[in-house]
Design a protein around this ligand. Structure first.
Ligand SMILES: *Cc1c(COP(=O)(O)O)cnc(C)c1O
Length: 370
């Protein structure tokens, strides 16, 4: 059986008519940088997430960096992020000379633990960056309360969770700013790189726009130090098509997750992903936990089942960061990094494929039991 972690070609075939037309229209218009298609996508994205401003940029990592720049985060400042995340969340702060401070996660949802965040706040702290990991919202109420109490900005890293909810609100709409990534395998993926910064604050939105455009609002007049980071019109045209289908695609991911839950319900040593009570998961990943993770991985390989380990080395143990300070104690993060394994999850999964994948997992469970 031919299996993949994500099936981008299958999804393209489903949308081919609409996408090919949208791409042809941009080619015909010859408006490749900024212009009406990018503006229309920015408006539709802001509306989807429930905020007033969205600014397209070149990728999600740039979006994080620009969000930090818009808040003037730099040398001497501390930014609290989870350790159990993709490197970009912290890297973008370090690049600006700020110090990422790594907090622990909740063992069941893999998301930022508010008590751990509280213990790390110092007079240098400027921002808290919850990551809605694997498609599920972090517990935002206590994080927002801490931010308010200590006058900190919250930047939601929503790269993996567009369309998820927290107590009736969309992820990406709760913090001072949020960022998205349109890397092809993300839930809303382009056919190349892309990202966005979202906010309800018109002044911050203006600053973000200036930063993405060499620090000026008029060509050849530069007010602050900026850079060149933009979403191009071809990607925006593709993303407009895919945004129209995102609700349906999220539903397909949820159905696939429910099917895995059911197929794996008797696999005693495997923990399927728990759903937090506060909102709806969008299953960027379907992540299992098992103490015998490496054995499970070897067995899946032997059966031709692809899998992902997100993340094998948490950020507080990455050599880029570990050298600078004593390595903090983050027990829930360390445990997760040894126990997680993500199964194929995408919009094109069939029943037959999921049965095959689940059977391979079951075989491993039986073997380790005997
Ligand atoms: C993908 C991702 C990013 C970075 O996005 P790119 O578009 O790849 O630069 C940042 N944070 C998280 C949590 C991500 O998953």
């Amino acid at each position: 059986m031919q299996l993949q972690m994500v099936d981008l070609r299958g999804q393209y075939r489903r949308l081919k008519g609409e996408i090919d037309q949208a791409v042809a229209d941009v080619l015909d218009s010859a408006r490749f940088i900024r212009g009406p298609v990018v503006a229309a996508f920015e408006e539709e994205l802001a509306e989807y997430v429930g905020v007033t401003h969205a600014i397209g940029v070149a990728n999600g990592t740039d979006a994080l960096q620009i969000a930090y720049m818009a808040l003037n985060i730099g040398p001497g400042d501390e930014v609290i992020t989870p350790s159990f995340t993709f490197i970009a969340t912290a890297e973008a702060a370090a690049l600006l000379g700020a110090t990422p401070i790594f907090a622990d996660i909740e063992p069941d949802t893999f998301n930022l633990n508010p008590a751990s965040v509280a213990s790390l706040i110092t007079p240098r702290t400027r921002a808290i960056v919850p990551v809605h990991l694997f498609g599920q919202s972090a517990d935002m109420d206590p994080i927002m309360a801490l931010a308010q109490e200590h006058n900190l900005a919250v930047i939601e890293d929503n790269a993996q969770a567009i369309g998820a909810t927290y107590k009736g609100r969309w992820t990406g709409s709760m913090g001072r700013m949020s960022i998205c990534s349109f890397f092809p395998s993300k839930n809303l993926g382009a056919y190349g790189d892309g990202g966005a910064i979202l906010t309800n604050d018109p002044d911050l939105a203006g600053r973000v726009r200036m930063i993405t455009n060499h620090g000026g609002s008029h060509k050849y007049f530069n007010e602050i130090v900026g850079l060149n980071s933009r979403l191009d019109a071809l990607q925006a045209a593709i993303l407009r098509v895919k945004l129209r289908h995102l609700g349906d695609f999220t539903e397909l991911r949820r159905q696939a997750a429910a099917r895995y839950d059911q197929l794996l319900s008797r696999a005693m040593t495997i923990r399927t992903p728990p759903r937090a009570s506060w909102g709806q998961h969008v299953f960027h990943q379907y992540t299992l936990r098992t103490p015998a993770r490496d054995e499970l991985a070897t067995h899946l390989e032997s059966r031709g089942v692809p899998y992902g380990i997100y993340y094998p080395v948490p950020l507080h143990r990455q050599s880029v960061f570990a050298g600078e300070a004593p390595v903090p104690e983050l027990p829930a993060t360390d445990a997760a990094s040894h126990q997680v394994l993500s199964l194929p999850m995408h919009t094109e999964l069939t029943d037959e494929q999921q049965v095959y994948i689940a059977e391979a997992v079951q075989e491993h469970v039986h073997r380790t039991a005997t």
